[in-house]
Design a protein around this ligand. Sequence first.
Ligand code: GRF
Length: 219
Amino acid sequence: MSDFPLVVLASGRGSNLQAIIDAVNSGQLPAEVKAVISDKKDAKALNIAREGGIDAFWVDPKGYGDKAGYEQALMELIGNYCPRVLVLAGFMRVLSPRFVRRMECPIINIHPSLLPAFAGLDPHQKTLDGGVRYSGCTVHFVDEGVDTGPIIMQRVVPVYQTDDAEALSDRILKEEHILFPEVLKWLALGLVKREGRKVVIENEEGLSYEQESVDQSFG
Ligand code: GRF
């Protein structure tokens, strides 16, 4: 039994959740996904959780009078599992500053761009429209803004002129599936320290975490 319980919030297909579960099951990530909560009844992430024997909940936002009531229900449910980290893996709702302040554990999120560029909705299309040559993904602590919290780690991919949003998304998603479990491992091992806006990863040079060259070939 791991002493690093996680609760995951997810709204959609759950590929990052799957990557986290796989990392736990393979022994790469010394943590345990205790519960998965979704705002969408038919989220694939809920099926992934159930298939993995993980508690899965649909908490319907329409079942509460307002956002505060909904978030209160979320907080109580999450609190039952005493997570060490609350993981946002494609959770498509903005959590209120009150929720963020009151959550007793850190909240982390993954975003498919190199933050602070292209925060918020439609990051892939914004990336293409922005004309940048490199993009990637970012895992960050959640603060009271949208995708504005301290950055823990990023991975980089090239952006090709022939890309559409789907091609870019597919390329970035592969890196997300490496990055998210790895960052959770560092958190579980107590290697991550917040120093204001900066995040320091202890013994970073000693970690076997490398990304192959992302140089573009235009040949
Ligand atoms: C990912 O691209 C993630 O970066 C973003 O939402 C998407 C979730 O995908 N926050 P999945 O549900 O994990 O497959």
